[in-house]
Design a protein around this ligand. Sequence first.
Ligand SMILES: Cc1cc2nc3c(=O)[nH]c(=O)nc-3n(C[C@H](O)[C@H](O)[C@H](O)COP(=O)(O)O)c2cc1C
Ligand code: SF4
Length: 485
Amino acid sequence: MLRTILIPNFIAETTRKTEEHMENDIIFEPLRFRNLTVKNRIFRSSISGRWDNYDGSGTQARINWEEKFARGGVGAIITSFVPVAIRGRIMPNYATIDCDDRIPFWRKVGEKVHEYDCKLILQLSHSGRQQDIGGVENSGKKALSSTSQTEPFHGFLCQAMTLAEIKETIQYFADGARRAREAGLDGVELHSANGYLFNQFLSSGINDRQDEYGGSLENRARFLLDVIRAIRKEVGNDFHLQFKISAVDYNNAVTFWEKPGNTIEDSIQVCQWAEEAGADAVHVSTGSLFPHPLNPIGDFNFDIITKTYDAMLSSGIETTRNYILFRKAFLHPIFNLLWNRVKKQLPPQVFSGDYVKDPKIKQLLIENQGRNLLDSREIKKHVNIPVLCTGGLQQASYIRQAINEHYCDGVTMARTLIANNDLVKSFKAGKDLADKPCTYCNKCLLNVIENPLGCYEQDRFNSYEEMMEEVMSVFHEPQFANLSR
Ligand SMILES: Cc1cc2nc3c(=O)[nH]c(=O)nc-3n(C[C@H](O)[C@H](O)[C@H](O)COP(=O)(O)O)c2cc1C
Ligand code: SF4
């Protein structure tokens, strides 16, 4: 008798506590920027995959892909790398924003995610010298950069932009922002991190110019600040504009003979200037290379890179060296030594999330979750605009603590949502961690050069067929929808 009275009481009490807990949960409090309010604190970070047509026009598969995350409950989606010019793309088959013809496609993407009360932020991007596969339109042309120094990891050739080319590129970004606005999107993000064009200007390890765009930090920041001002001039002050920054460059992480590049102090100053110039938020990342040992942090899978890196063989003068390093098992320790070197410099985690029973997952979280948070907190102390942080985040209790203790105002997630598209919904239902979390294996990343983007960690699925079913699901209905307007 006592038992039958106690059990319903216990259930009622637990339900009440869960509801109270959700009511006060910072994860589900709206995040207010100057021109934009997002319904919760979780953003889908930008993830590039080869979904689109060769010429940069978009496809239904891309719309289906973005819809997955909106349906899964994220407050906002930051699109993939969206080139503002064909000369600045990383690979073919990425939708671009380089001409007005692209506006109807992006409008479709925006409308689809808006159906879920999710915002869409377009990532305005330019590869600079970090161009993995230039495509036929760029063949015979060197990539444009802040420098004429060959990119050291893959050996991509490049030439320093003239002042006229800099001015032209600034306008490309302003035009891109105008198109995003005309498409009814909710804002833009400048991809000024991870070794792409902005980072090539910002970094003291890469930028060797002698003119007003090189030398002092003020000069190196000029290109980013010019773009922010040009966008403001083009779209006004009431359109959301954020920028992504590599808080620390670690420019010599793998190629140890390079200069180390920008420090956290440099980046804090850049963030303050960007705020003054009109940026509404900063998104904190790391590393002046992509991928970089710290971004996306985790494993480096030789089986996969051996199968996909051949697509890049003709792109750079060091790609053959790398291919041999990847293919020959006896050389793997050398590559691993270089790749893992910088990870050992990281300070230990300052906190961990709730207890995790599985020892393997617990260890993976200790090593990889929230590795940019200390940098994010330093930047947050010195700016007034909201700060978003990326990097390994996938546990509700950890994210909650990071926001409550002012390490950041919101988080962005990429692989951890590829693995579990509906993670935000499950956080809302009271779950702390997915049943099958992302293992940071980076198989999604290394596949993406040639194969469709998706989770390729077979242990997370019951079979290879089930994994493929999930990877290919974005190509299903509705195919061949009419994208024109
Ligand atoms: C396949 C893949 C593609 C990515 N593409 C981009 C991109 O286009 N632009 C960008 O800023 N970051 C890109 N990233 C980095 C992510 O946005 C994110 O910042 C990083 O993976 C850390 O978050 P995570 O640990 O949740 O994956 C990419 C990451 C992956 C795995
Ligand atoms: S393949 Fe899957 S488990 Fe591995 S990093 Fe990517 S999303 Fe995570």
